[in-house]
Design a protein around this ligand. Structure first.
Ligand code: LRH
Ligand code: MN
Ligand code: MN
Length: 389
């Protein structure tokens, strides 16, 4: 156990979690966007807020951007601002869901001019990657249909494959195209990339620089997500997570809030595959919005939840687990997992943070810091995260 603890501490020290810029803006549902005090007024302030989360947790050194929500005149200046604040730019998210031209599809549209426009948007995003030092182009394809017969399912796949090839051809050698799937919404009959299998098939056709993104909120109820994680890790194509929690739909709630046991089971597969190491290529991103709770504390809590699930997964006694599994000891194997899951890992994480000169409890430390009150008086007229109005 002592040895496991030491190994867990060492592994936890290397884990990084990427924050979404849109978590810091005002958010809501299609019914209401609530305004919160102290919310950023521009992308520079969103990055400053992400940097605060990093200062308190020591585990969130990158920020994902969304184009055009984070559009600025000079992306080099934005990247420099990030560096000055002690963080860097992570994935660049394209946006194919807020333009009238995309009503019947973007990369899948039957009209070649619309497809060309959607491809050109990705060329713009790749330029943003070059200006900011980002290495991941993240594509979530919102395309789909609402009614049987509305469009030809196969033709849409062919058009998608061709458009993706065109985007992929624009990547630099160190770049990755990471492709997200979602089973429903904004369309309800078919989505053109509804599941990990479809995303994986497109990635395999594209080449080695294409990887799957798994958003934990994008599956049908009761889907065994850790099984998908295991499969994608086996084939070396799990590029990233979009972590969040869901009770019903794509709820984008705080990761680990709805189902901490599921998060543990996911992290258990990560640890099992030795994919926690930064070199494994799995980018642990958050994709959340904080509709009613304060943003910076919401992100701090999210980072802590991922760390806690990871710590528990690292404490699984793998030798005992394997022995029990191989001898058909069903209950013993299950107990090996549950013993780790039921461990209170907060003291372990407090020890890690203190050894790094960080507050033992980042959430409490932020609440006591006065930062929230300071930005509430300094910033008037904060921005909306980008959608939901
Ligand atoms: C789509 C999604 C995708 C978008 C983000 C804002 O539901 O998960 O990742 O880019 O939300
Ligand atoms: Mn997502
Ligand atoms: Mn989503």
């Amino acid at each position: 156990m002592t040895d496991l603890r030491g190994q867990a501490l060492a592994a936890l020290a290397t884990q990084t979690i990427e924050l979404p810029s849109w978590a810091f803006g005002n958010a809501g549902t299609r019914f209401k966007v609530f305004s919160s005090p102290g919310v950023p007024r521009d992308p520079f302030e969103k990055i400053s807020d992400a940097a605060v989360v990093h200062r308190f947790t020591g585990a969130a050194p990158r920020v994902s951007l969304h184009v055009p929500w984070d559009l600025v005149d000079d992306f080099g200046k934005l990247a420099q601002h990030a560096a000055d604040e002690g963080v860097s730019i992570g994935a660049i998210n394209s946006n194919l869901f807020q333009d009238d031209d995309y009503k019947f599809g973007s990369l899948t549209n039957a009209d070649p001019a619309v497809r060309a426009k959607a491809v050109a948007h990705h060329v713009q995003c790749i330029d943003v990657m070059r200006a900011t030092g980002s290495t991941d182009l993240k594509i979530w394809l919102p395309d789909g249909t609402n009614y049987p017969g509305q469009d030809d399912i196969r033709d849409r796949q062919e058009r998608l494959a061709e458009s993706l090839q065109q985007v992929y051809a624009e990547l630099d050698p160190g770049h990755r195209l990471i492709l997200e799937y979602k089973f429903y919404e904004p369309y309800f009959y078919t989505m053109d990339i509804p599941d990990w299998g479809t995303s994986l098939l497109h990635c395999l056709a594209l080449g080695e620089q294409a990887m799957v993104v798994l958003d934990t909120g994008h599956h049908a109820p009761n889907t065994n997500i850790e099984f998908i994680v295991a499969q994608l890790l086996r084939i070396g194509r799990l590029g990233a997570f979009d972590f969040n929690s869901r009770f019903y739909g794509d709820d984008d709630l705080i990761v680990g809030a709805a189902d901490p046991f599921q998060l543990f089971r996911i992290m258990n597969e990560i640890v099992r595959a030795d994919a926690l190491r930064p070199e494994s290529g799995v980018n642990f991103m958050l994709d959340q919005c904080h509709n009613i709770e304060p943003k910076i504390p919401g992100q701090i809590r999210s980072v802590m939840n991922v760390q806690e699930a990871t710590a528990k997964a690292l404490l699984v006694d793998r030798d005992a687990l394997r022995t029990a599994q191989r001898s058909g000891d069903v209950l013993g194997a299950n107990a090996a997992l549950m013993d780790a899951y039921n461990t209170d890992v907060r003291p372990l994480l407090a020890e890690l943070r203190e050894s790094q000169g960080l507050p033992a409890d980042p959430y409490r430390a932020y609440a006591a810091s006065g930062h929230a009150e300071q930005i509430a008086t300094e910033r008037i007229g904060g921005q909306q995260a980008g959608w939901g109005a």
